[in-house]
Design a protein around this ligand. Sequence first.
Ligand code: HEM
Length: 155
Amino acid sequence: MALLISLSGGFGLLGGCATQTPIMHSGTSASQPVEDELFQALGGLEGIENIADQFLYRLADNDKVVHFWRNSNIERFRTQFVSHLCDLSGGPCVYEGDTMEAVHRGMDIRQSHFNSVAETLVLAMEDLHVPTAAINGLIARLAPLHDAVRSQLEN
Ligand code: HEM
């Protein structure tokens, strides 16, 4: 239940992108922000951090998939996840972690696992009253990553 929280020592202590200066996309200037509507609709960086935290709280209660994070550094995951969602939604972050394929290789993620993680993310956003259009917008940007995340096994 409180597995993830105990691993991380409490979310209140977690660091995140907000405390750092976001890395701007190359080719941009202060007068030409790359932030798009989806990033704004998600509540900006603070909103995305809240989404990541709520996602982790819900994940801790999700017996179908929580074991995948058993050996993970949750604070690191949280930082990278925020950066990835910020980048993906058009915010001023540059995700510099490994590719989705490399990160998830060998985890044997099945379709049911993928669906459960996606559902957990949607429920987390609903908890926070993120507008439905923004939820759908983020899911639409995550969907193309499906094949990179999922194992090749058909199951
Ligand atoms: C579109 C869907 C997904 C996206 C965009 C995504 C994104 C990410 C990101 C950005 C990270 C952090 C990478 C890093 O540490 O550098 C990560 C790590 C991780 N993801 Fe996913 N993920 C997705 C689906 C899933 C699913 C379905 C599972 C399992 C059922 C999963 C399990 C994990 C685990 C366990 C880690 C931590 C790996 C570690 O500790 O090194 N992910 N994911």
